[in-house]
Design a protein around this ligand. Structure first.
Ligand code: NAD
Length: 267
């Protein structure tokens, strides 16, 4: 029980990485508040976790909605010990010259402004209690250049710097701010991208040194560690959880099973 008696707010937690993180936090003893745009799905997720957990709706990119959400959580539980800024949406995978400004703006609003807004509105209570942990979702797309992932990558890179700035600013108050940068993890979001032919599972596996896609639980376990007291002197960092994806530098691909080599007609 590494998170006993903690109150954790996880945004966008009705599915995928957020849900896995909420589930792992609950297993470690935390009371979890599940935020999502989709209230019904958030409520179903909270009740599946057990009676003490709670659901709140709210678009993280709306200042008004975020204020209402945080007020609701503080009124009910009196404190927020852990915030996970997880809510997000995928990019359109359209060439940059064909993208619309409204698409760019929505991605920036949900990922970058959303992370900024929820952190800014939750932080005063953490600063007052002289403790708190904020965990952000960066991505390998925020660490390296992926063609056509324009707004998504720019937003994630911004989240990486926001993590550093806020970690430094709030360190004196014992409020730690860190990020994880997932590689390609199998979630409803990536399953949809695979089904639409926007990403190729086989090529991703071959490009990843560990030779496979990650699971939502791989991210959740990193989140538990960073949220726990075991990470009490770690702040302002981005931790890649990517099976080595970002570190691979050699051409062409790192991992090939014998079967895949055969598929490729390579010696
Ligand atoms: N899955 C991956 O491989 C991967 C890789 C790198 C980063 N990430 C990041 O991890 C986070 C979660 O991704 P996922 O794969 O679990 O996606 P997902 O689509 O399964 O879950 C995202 C959730 O966020 C909610 N949401 C969307 N916009 C919202 C808003 N404005 N306000 C509140 N909730 C909102 C959705 O309803 C959904 O339930 C995202 O920030 C994503 O960019 C995912």
């Amino acid at each position: 029980m590494q998170l006993e008696n903690r109150i954790a707010l996880v945004t966008g937690a009705a599915s995928g990485l957020g849900l896995a993180t909420a589930t792992a936090f609950a297993r470690e003893g935390a009371t979890v508040v599940i935020n999502d745009l989709r209230l019904e799905a958030a409520e179903a997720a909270a009740s599946a976790l057990g009676e003490k957990h709670f659901a709140v709706s709210g678009d993280v990119s709306s200042e008004e909605a975020v204020k209402a959400m945080v007020e609701t959580v503080l009124a009910r539980f009196g404190r927020i010990d852990i915030l996970v800024n997880n809510a997000g949406m995928p990019d359109s995978f359209t060439p940059t010259v064909d993208q619309t400004l409204s698409h760019w703006q929505r991605l920036i609003d949900v990922h970058l402004t959303g992370t900024y807004l929820v952190s800014k509105i939750v932080a005063p209570s953490m600063i007052a209690q002289r403790s708190g942990v904020i965990l952000n979702l960066n991505s390998i797309a925020g660490l390296m250049g992926l063609p056509v992932r324009t707004a998504y990558s720019a937003a994630k890179a911004g989240i990486g710097m926001l993590t550093q700035v806020l970690g430094c600013e709030w360190g004196p108050y014992n409020v730690r701010v860190n990020a994880v940068a997932p590689g390609y993890m199998m979630t409803p979001l990536t399953e949809k991208l695979i089904a639409e032919g926007k990403i190729d599972e086989k090529r991703i596996r071959r490009r990843t040194p560990m030779g496979k896609m990650g699971t939502a639980e791989d991210i959740a376990e990193a989140m538990v560690f960073l949220a726990s007291d075991r990470a009490k002197f770690i702040t302002a960092i981005t931790l890649p959880v990517d099976g080595g994806y970002c570190s691979w530098g050699r051409h062409p691909t790192p991992s090939r099973s014998t079967e895949e080599r055969r598929d490729d007609h390579e010696p």
